[in-house]
Design a protein around this ligand. Structure first.
Ligand code: PMV
Length: 322
């Protein structure tokens, strides 16, 4: 247990600040909802929750300041109500675009639970935090795989086998460029659409999910060998399969093709799709096909490029003077 809280830097004083990362999927979104394997990685975009004991409960974010309010702050309200704690003020700051497939809700949930865990000495390990976060995502969304909350808690590049394990792989070391369509994506709606298609054509959909599972399986040794060219080829295949199950869009494909044409190793939707983001793996060398060229191509195609890297850092908490 002790090592599971080793990310905590305990200094003295007033507020507790906790941050947690967003994530990208290399393989396996949607298929993971049907029990298939997925590979996802934490990135260096983070959400921070700052908590302090207070005479009444407040939640502040870009969306405004409320009390417990399931219309405006469903995830944070559920975090507070799932724990037996006194009144508290919580402030959320995020570098992760909301509703974009980058795990913004999981990062907010894990940062909040991590801060409350520390502030009120609740004794939750990282494993317990990830489980509690997953339960909150399920309560709020109806369906949620354990991927986002596991990766946001543990950090790193991870192989998720739902209901079995979340194991750490070698960190993705090449550059990553995200292309944001800046169109909102509702995970709940997209997962619902895929379910309807699965009910209509179970055989077709199951064989697509099995193929995606196979991509995750053969992706593992390629990541360990740092063969990002081959990982990129498999990501391109996964993008085609995501298109096939109806979660693509013209704009997502424009950004994917812009990134590939500019020399990315591979590019695909990340997360639920419909809108949201694509992710491209690119050479870290800075020469032809590097992050600059891919980011400009995404911007020229009407997206918003975000340059990032994979990150080993999961949830991090500290006390600070205000
Ligand atoms: O768009 P995001 O970051 O919420 O990712 C959704 C991924 C799905 O596989 C579609 C759903 C899930 O809970 O894993």
């Amino acid at each position: 247990m002790a090592e599971e809280t080793s990310g905590y830097e305990n200094e003295a004083n007033m507020t507790t600040t906790c941050s947690a990362p967003g994530k990208i999927y290399l393989f396996g979104e949607h298929a993971v909802v049907y029990g298939k394997r997925a590979i996802a990685s934490a990135i260096n975009l983070r959400t921070t929750a700052t908590v302090a004991e207070s005479d009444r409960t407040t939640i502040s974010s870009l969306l405004g300041t409320t009390g417990i309010d399931y219309a405006v702050h469903p995830y944070i309200s559920r975090c507070i109500e799932s724990l037996n704690i006194p009144a508290v003020s919580i402030k959320i700051d995020s570098e992760i675009p909301v509703g974009s497939g980058l795990g913004s809700s999981a990062a907010a949930v894990i940062a909040t639970l991590g801060a409350l865990n520390f502030e009120f000495d609740l004794g939750m390990t990282h494993t317990a935090l990830a489980q509690a976060g997953h339960a909150i995502e399920q309560d709020v969304q109806g369906t949620a795989s354990p991927t986002d909350t596991a990766v946001s808690t543990m950090g790193g590049t991870m192989l998720i086998t739902p209901g079995v394990s979340a194991s750490r792989l070698r960190l993705i070391e090449c550059s990553i460029v995200i292309g944001d369509t800046e169109e909102f994506s509702s995970t709940k709606e997209l997962v619902g659409n895929v379910r309807i298609l699965h009910e209509s054509y179970p055989g077709v959909m199951d064989s697509i999910f099995d193929t995606i599972d196979h991509l995750s399986e053969i992706g593992v040794p390629l990541i360990e060998r740092r063969d990002y060219r081959s990982v990129g080829e498999l990501m391109n295949i996964d993008h085609g399969l995501l298109d096939a199950i109806g979660v693509g869009s013209a704009k997502l494909s424009r950004l994917v093709y812009a990134a590939r044409d500019a020399g990315a190793y591979g590019a695909k939707i990340t997360g639920a799709g419909g809108g949201g983001c694509i992710v491209a793996l690119v050479s870290g060398s800075g020469v032809g096909g590097g992050a600059d060229a891919v980011a400009s191509a995404i911007n020229d195609a009407g997206g918003r490029a975000i340059r990032t890297k994979a990150s080993e850092d999961g949830v991090r908490v500290r006390k600070q003077v205000i």
